[in-house]
Write a protein that binds this ligand. Structure first.
Ligand code: C5P
Length: 229
Protein backbone atom coordinates (compact mmCIF):
# COMPACT_ATOMS: atom_id res chain seq x y z
CA UNK A 1 0.00 0.00 0.00
CA UNK A 2 1.38 3.43 -0.87
CA UNK A 3 1.71 5.97 1.89
CA UNK A 4 -1.13 8.41 2.52
CA UNK A 5 1.19 10.81 4.30
CA UNK A 6 2.35 13.97 2.55
CA UNK A 7 4.95 15.88 4.54
CA UNK A 8 4.81 19.66 4.11
CA UNK A 9 8.47 20.59 3.61
CA UNK A 10 7.95 24.10 4.94
CA UNK A 11 11.61 24.86 5.55
CA UNK A 12 13.50 28.04 4.64
CA UNK A 13 16.44 26.66 2.65
CA UNK A 14 17.33 23.77 0.37
CA UNK A 15 20.08 22.80 2.83
CA UNK A 16 17.65 22.48 5.73
CA UNK A 17 15.17 20.57 3.60
CA UNK A 18 17.87 18.15 2.39
CA UNK A 19 19.09 17.62 5.95
CA UNK A 20 15.52 16.92 7.06
CA UNK A 21 14.79 14.36 4.33
CA UNK A 22 18.16 12.58 4.59
CA UNK A 23 16.84 9.74 6.82
CA UNK A 24 13.57 9.47 4.84
CA UNK A 25 12.68 7.49 1.74
CA UNK A 26 9.79 7.60 -0.75
CA UNK A 27 7.99 4.61 0.80
CA UNK A 28 7.47 6.55 4.05
CA UNK A 29 5.94 9.70 2.66
CA UNK A 30 5.21 11.93 -0.28
CA UNK A 31 6.61 15.48 -0.11
CA UNK A 32 4.87 18.80 -0.47
CA UNK A 33 6.85 21.81 -1.64
CA UNK A 34 5.08 25.09 -0.96
CA UNK A 35 5.89 28.78 -1.34
CA UNK A 36 8.58 29.03 1.31
CA UNK A 37 10.83 26.32 -0.03
CA UNK A 38 10.01 26.85 -3.71
CA UNK A 39 10.95 30.52 -3.54
CA UNK A 40 14.16 29.70 -1.67
CA UNK A 41 15.26 26.53 -3.44
CA UNK A 42 13.69 26.78 -6.91
CA UNK A 43 12.49 24.36 -9.58
CA UNK A 44 15.81 22.48 -9.69
CA UNK A 45 15.29 21.40 -6.11
CA UNK A 46 11.84 20.03 -6.99
CA UNK A 47 13.31 18.12 -9.94
CA UNK A 48 15.93 16.58 -7.64
CA UNK A 49 13.23 15.32 -5.26
CA UNK A 50 11.43 13.77 -8.22
CA UNK A 51 14.69 12.18 -9.42
CA UNK A 52 15.15 10.72 -5.93
CA UNK A 53 11.86 8.87 -6.41
CA UNK A 54 9.53 11.07 -4.36
CA UNK A 55 5.97 11.83 -5.33
CA UNK A 56 6.02 15.62 -5.08
CA UNK A 57 2.96 17.75 -4.47
CA UNK A 58 3.77 21.24 -5.77
CA UNK A 59 1.60 23.40 -3.51
CA UNK A 60 1.73 26.77 -5.21
CA UNK A 61 -2.06 27.34 -5.07
CA UNK A 62 -2.24 29.14 -8.40
CA UNK A 63 -4.87 31.88 -8.46
CA UNK A 64 -4.80 34.27 -11.40
CA UNK A 65 -6.53 34.81 -14.73
CA UNK A 66 -7.27 31.49 -16.53
CA UNK A 67 -4.58 31.85 -19.20
CA UNK A 68 -1.84 32.62 -16.67
CA UNK A 69 -2.82 29.72 -14.43
CA UNK A 70 -2.99 27.30 -17.36
CA UNK A 71 0.51 28.34 -18.47
CA UNK A 72 1.84 28.01 -14.92
CA UNK A 73 0.41 24.48 -14.73
CA UNK A 74 2.14 23.53 -17.99
CA UNK A 75 5.46 24.83 -16.65
CA UNK A 76 4.98 22.97 -13.38
CA UNK A 77 4.24 19.76 -15.30
CA UNK A 78 7.76 19.94 -16.77
CA UNK A 79 9.15 19.42 -13.26
CA UNK A 80 7.71 15.90 -13.14
CA UNK A 81 5.59 16.51 -10.07
CA UNK A 82 2.88 14.07 -8.97
CA UNK A 83 0.28 16.65 -8.00
CA UNK A 84 -0.32 20.42 -8.09
CA UNK A 85 -3.09 22.78 -7.10
CA UNK A 86 -5.06 25.91 -7.90
CA UNK A 87 -7.62 27.91 -5.90
CA UNK A 88 -11.19 26.83 -6.66
CA UNK A 89 -12.32 30.40 -5.99
CA UNK A 90 -10.37 31.42 -9.12
CA UNK A 91 -13.42 30.26 -11.15
CA UNK A 92 -14.66 27.25 -13.10
CA UNK A 93 -13.08 28.63 -16.25
CA UNK A 94 -9.70 28.95 -14.58
CA UNK A 95 -9.89 25.37 -13.30
CA UNK A 96 -11.02 23.96 -16.67
CA UNK A 97 -8.23 25.72 -18.53
CA UNK A 98 -5.67 24.49 -16.00
CA UNK A 99 -6.96 20.94 -16.38
CA UNK A 100 -6.88 21.19 -20.16
CA UNK A 101 -3.30 22.49 -20.08
CA UNK A 102 -2.23 19.51 -17.98
CA UNK A 103 -4.10 17.05 -20.20
CA UNK A 104 -2.24 18.48 -23.18
CA UNK A 105 1.10 17.56 -21.59
CA UNK A 106 0.08 13.89 -21.85
CA UNK A 107 1.40 13.31 -18.31
CA UNK A 108 -0.61 11.75 -15.51
CA UNK A 109 -0.52 14.62 -13.02
CA UNK A 110 -3.14 15.12 -10.35
CA UNK A 111 -4.74 18.55 -10.28
CA UNK A 112 -6.65 19.50 -7.15
CA UNK A 113 -8.23 22.73 -5.94
CA UNK A 114 -8.02 24.53 -2.63
CA UNK A 115 -11.51 25.12 -1.27
CA UNK A 116 -11.22 27.09 1.99
CA UNK A 117 -7.84 27.34 3.71
CA UNK A 118 -7.83 25.31 6.91
CA UNK A 119 -6.66 28.41 8.80
CA UNK A 120 -10.03 30.04 8.00
CA UNK A 121 -13.13 29.59 10.14
CA UNK A 122 -16.61 31.09 9.81
CA UNK A 123 -15.53 34.30 11.53
CA UNK A 124 -12.52 34.75 9.23
CA UNK A 125 -14.73 34.16 6.18
CA UNK A 126 -17.18 36.81 7.34
CA UNK A 127 -14.30 39.29 7.52
CA UNK A 128 -13.71 38.80 3.79
CA UNK A 129 -17.44 39.15 3.14
CA UNK A 130 -18.20 35.46 2.62
CA UNK A 131 -21.35 35.13 4.63
CA UNK A 132 -21.89 31.39 4.50
CA UNK A 133 -20.31 28.83 6.81
CA UNK A 134 -16.90 27.36 5.91
CA UNK A 135 -18.67 24.05 5.39
CA UNK A 136 -21.16 25.52 2.88
CA UNK A 137 -18.37 27.29 1.03
CA UNK A 138 -16.28 24.13 0.87
CA UNK A 139 -19.26 22.16 -0.48
CA UNK A 140 -19.95 24.76 -3.15
CA UNK A 141 -16.33 25.02 -4.29
CA UNK A 142 -15.92 21.22 -4.29
CA UNK A 143 -18.88 20.90 -6.68
CA UNK A 144 -17.35 23.50 -9.02
CA UNK A 145 -14.07 21.59 -8.85
CA UNK A 146 -15.67 18.29 -9.76
CA UNK A 147 -17.63 19.88 -12.59
CA UNK A 148 -14.36 21.23 -13.98
CA UNK A 149 -13.05 17.61 -14.03
CA UNK A 150 -10.27 18.14 -11.51
CA UNK A 151 -9.12 15.17 -9.42
CA UNK A 152 -10.14 16.46 -6.03
CA UNK A 153 -9.80 19.17 -3.41
CA UNK A 154 -7.71 20.35 -0.53
CA UNK A 155 -10.06 20.62 2.44
CA UNK A 156 -10.20 20.24 6.18
CA UNK A 157 -10.59 16.69 7.45
CA UNK A 158 -13.67 17.98 9.22
CA UNK A 159 -15.39 18.29 5.85
CA UNK A 160 -14.09 14.98 4.52
CA UNK A 161 -17.02 12.80 5.54
CA UNK A 162 -19.54 15.14 3.95
CA UNK A 163 -17.46 15.49 0.76
CA UNK A 164 -16.82 11.75 0.48
CA UNK A 165 -20.59 11.18 0.48
CA UNK A 166 -21.29 14.00 -1.97
CA UNK A 167 -18.41 13.46 -4.39
CA UNK A 168 -18.01 9.69 -4.47
CA UNK A 169 -15.05 7.41 -3.90
CA UNK A 170 -12.78 8.55 -6.74
CA UNK A 171 -12.60 12.21 -5.73
CA UNK A 172 -9.32 13.00 -3.93
CA UNK A 173 -9.64 14.60 -0.51
CA UNK A 174 -6.30 16.01 0.59
CA UNK A 175 -6.35 17.38 4.10
CA UNK A 176 -3.93 19.66 5.93
CA UNK A 177 -4.73 20.84 9.46
CA UNK A 178 -3.75 17.44 10.84
CA UNK A 179 -2.47 17.30 14.38
CA UNK A 180 -1.47 14.00 16.03
CA UNK A 181 -2.89 13.99 19.58
CA UNK A 182 -0.83 16.04 21.98
CA UNK A 183 0.79 18.29 19.36
CA UNK A 184 0.44 22.06 19.03
CA UNK A 185 -2.39 23.43 16.84
CA UNK A 186 -0.52 26.63 15.85
CA UNK A 187 -2.41 28.77 13.32
CA UNK A 188 -4.65 25.94 12.08
CA UNK A 189 -8.33 26.23 13.08
CA UNK A 190 -10.13 23.16 11.75
CA UNK A 191 -7.90 20.30 12.89
CA UNK A 192 -8.16 16.50 13.28
CA UNK A 193 -5.87 13.64 14.26
CA UNK A 194 -4.57 11.28 11.51
CA UNK A 195 -6.78 8.45 12.72
CA UNK A 196 -9.90 10.63 12.75
CA UNK A 197 -9.01 11.86 9.26
CA UNK A 198 -8.65 8.31 7.98
CA UNK A 199 -12.02 7.35 9.45
CA UNK A 200 -13.56 10.40 7.76
CA UNK A 201 -12.45 9.05 4.36
CA UNK A 202 -9.54 11.31 3.39
CA UNK A 203 -7.26 10.24 0.53
CA UNK A 204 -4.05 11.88 1.78
CA UNK A 205 -3.12 13.89 4.86
CA UNK A 206 -0.68 16.81 4.79
CA UNK A 207 1.39 17.18 7.94
CA UNK A 208 4.03 19.86 8.38
CA UNK A 209 5.20 21.24 11.69
CA UNK A 210 4.24 18.25 13.88
CA UNK A 211 6.90 16.36 11.87
CA UNK A 212 9.38 19.01 10.69
CA UNK A 213 9.65 20.60 14.15
CA UNK A 214 9.72 17.35 16.08
CA UNK A 215 12.88 16.13 17.82
CA UNK A 216 11.95 12.62 16.67
CA UNK A 217 10.44 13.03 13.18
CA UNK A 218 10.91 9.38 12.21
CA UNK A 219 8.85 8.24 15.18
CA UNK A 220 6.07 10.69 14.33
CA UNK A 221 6.09 9.51 10.68
CA UNK A 222 5.95 5.88 11.74
CA UNK A 223 3.07 6.50 14.14
CA UNK A 224 1.11 8.40 11.48
CA UNK A 225 1.69 5.69 8.85
CA UNK A 226 0.52 3.10 11.38
CA UNK A 227 -2.66 5.08 12.04
CA UNK A 228 -3.30 5.55 8.32
CA UNK A 229 -2.70 1.97 7.20
O1 C5P B 1 2.55 22.73 9.60
P1 C5P B 1 1.18 22.31 9.14
O2 C5P B 1 0.89 20.84 9.38
O3 C5P B 1 0.09 23.22 9.67
O4 C5P B 1 1.25 22.49 7.56
C1 C5P B 1 0.10 22.44 6.74
C2 C5P B 1 0.50 22.71 5.33
O5 C5P B 1 -0.64 22.61 4.49
C3 C5P B 1 1.11 24.07 5.07
O6 C5P B 1 2.13 23.89 4.09
C4 C5P B 1 -0.02 24.91 4.48
O7 C5P B 1 0.44 25.85 3.55
C5 C5P B 1 -0.83 23.82 3.75
N1 C5P B 1 -2.24 24.10 3.55
C6 C5P B 1 -3.11 24.37 4.59
N2 C5P B 1 -4.44 24.60 4.33
C7 C5P B 1 -4.91 24.55 3.08
C8 C5P B 1 -4.03 24.26 2.03
C9 C5P B 1 -2.69 24.02 2.30
O8 C5P B 1 -2.70 24.37 5.74
N3 C5P B 1 -6.20 24.70 2.86
Amino acid sequence: MTTKLIIALDLPTAEQALKFIKPLNPTMCKLKVGFELFVAAGPGFVRNLVDDGYDVFLDLKFHDIPNTVASACSSAADLGVWMMNVHASGSSKMMSMAKQALDETGKDIKLIAVTVLTSMDDEQLELVNINVSAQEQVKHLAKLTKNASLDGVVCSAQEARMLRELMGDDFLLVTPGIRPSGTVTGDQSRVMTPLEAKKAGVSYIVVGRPITQSDTPLQVIEAINRDMS
